[in-house]
Design a protein around this ligand. Structure first.
Ligand code: PLP
Length: 381
């Protein structure tokens, strides 16, 4: 959707779901379409474009239109999970294609790349993506087809310079896809910085209530790679249920309020804990002491995200002790919901993780931020 066709801000676009009203009923919330199949016209065509719900469903359309608008892309596609969205990007490649991916990234996707994508013939190199020059050195002109970024990158929140990396990648003939789950479409717009595809785990900030699993891709243009990705979704049936799509849209309507709160809380907690004698290091892109802070300042607007990690002087034992003794911070995996979560991340990532044993990952929700800080402090050994 162009700026002209919807001239309002992201906040207004989200709150009003682009102002769309159901034409048939005048409902201010779009209907849920549960049909799996659609009638052909007598001329053998599909007059509305709807054919079969494994490929597509009209309930996705308002969500996809909103994501297209927020990311200023050409088209958005909803998926049944963030992993379904991310893996579709790799399944759109061909055996032998060279791919660069970050050493620090969402662990389940790294595992999938190592255990499946490489078996199917993708040549994947995991490298440090915090310096664009390092990425440039590893690009193989003509052979590298994709540079996969995640920024801020789980769980150390490493920042990659999307604009600089996109320039190098394009010069080598590669496309750039960005897992922007933790930045949300509100803090960073990767397509405007030169990326070709943006991915979100919609399970996180987009939905925001820990009650929907979904994912999304937003493409900059309708090229052959994007068409292959669209075909992967349709043919694998990697789609969400219509009910989940509708619930996701409801969650998205308050995303700007939730993300603003989460960012402010994360910044506050990061600043407070950085001073604390029991804390060895706070990893948060909003801290001037953080390695990627300068790049984050350039490409993140309105906050540095709701995720931070802390490393404890007392090591793994102290970290596990804290997670066991918080009352408000819930001891659970995932992120981006209204409730704050805390996790001893190395325990879930397992072997080969770059995550240190003394690290706690914290997802800030929208509770009272002083109460969250006090709760963390009382849990320290
Ligand atoms: N990307 C990031 C950064 C994530 O944190 C997650 C899930 O935790 C995913 C992708 C995968 O998303 P999903 O759980 O919706 O499949």
């Amino acid at each position: 959707m162009s700026k002209k066709s919807y001239p309002y801000s992201p906040a207004t676009a989200l709150a009003q779901s682009l102002g769309s009203i159901d034409q048939e009923t005048q409902a201010v919330v779009p209907p849920i379409h549960v049909a799996t199949t659609y009638l052909r016209g007598k001329d053998n065509s599909y007059p509305t474009g709807n054919v079969y719900s494994r490929a597509d469903n009209p309930t996705y359309k308002p969500v996809e239109a909103l994501l297209t608008k927020l990311e200023e892309g050409h088209e958005a596609l909803l998926f049944g999970s963030g992993m379904a969205a991310a893996t579709a990007v790799f399944q759109g490649l061909r055996p032998g294609d060279h791919v660069l991916a970050p050493k620090v990234m969402y662990w389940a996707l790294r595992n999938w790349l190592l255990n499946f994508a490489t078996d199917w013939g993708l040549n994947i190199e995991f490298i440090d993506m915090t310096a664009a020059e390092t990425v440039a050195k590893h690009l193989k002109t003509g052979a590298t087809k994709l540079v996969w970024l995640e920024t801020p990158g789980n769980p150390l929140w490493c920042i990659s310079d999307i604009a600089a990396i996109a320039k190098f990648a394009h010069a080598a003939g590669a496309q750039v896809a960005v897992d922007s789950t933790c930045a949300t479409p509100l803090l960073t717009q990767p397509l405007k910085l030169g990326a070709d595809i943006v991915m979100h785990s919609a399970t996180k900030y987009l939905n925001g209530h820990s009650d929907v699993i979904a994912g999304a891709l937003i493409g900059a243009r309708d090229d052959t790679y994007w068409q292959r990705i669209r075909a992967v979704r349709a043919q694998n049936g990697a789609v969400p249920s219509p009910h989940d799509a509708a619930q996701l849209l409801r969650g998205m309507r308050t995303m700007h309020l939730r993300v603003r709160e989460a960012c402010q809380t994360a910044q506050f907690i990061a600043e407070q804990l950085e001073q604390h004698p029991a804390i060895a290091q706070v990893l948060y892109p909003g801290l001037p002491s953080f390695a990627g802070h300068a790049i984050a300042q350039q490409q993140m607007h309105g906050g540095f995200g709701g995720m931070l990690s802390v490393r404890l002087i007392g090591g793994a034992d102290a970290a596990i002790h804290v997670a066991a003794h918080t009352k408000l911070w819930k001891r659970a995996t995932s992120l981006g919901g209204v409730e704050s979560l805390i996790e001893h991340r190395a325990s879930i990532e397992g072997e080969g993780t770059p995550c240190p044993e003394d690290l706690l990952r914290m997802s800030c929700g929208i509770e009272d931020r002083q109460e969250l800080l006090d709760d963390f402090l009382q849990a320290l050994p």
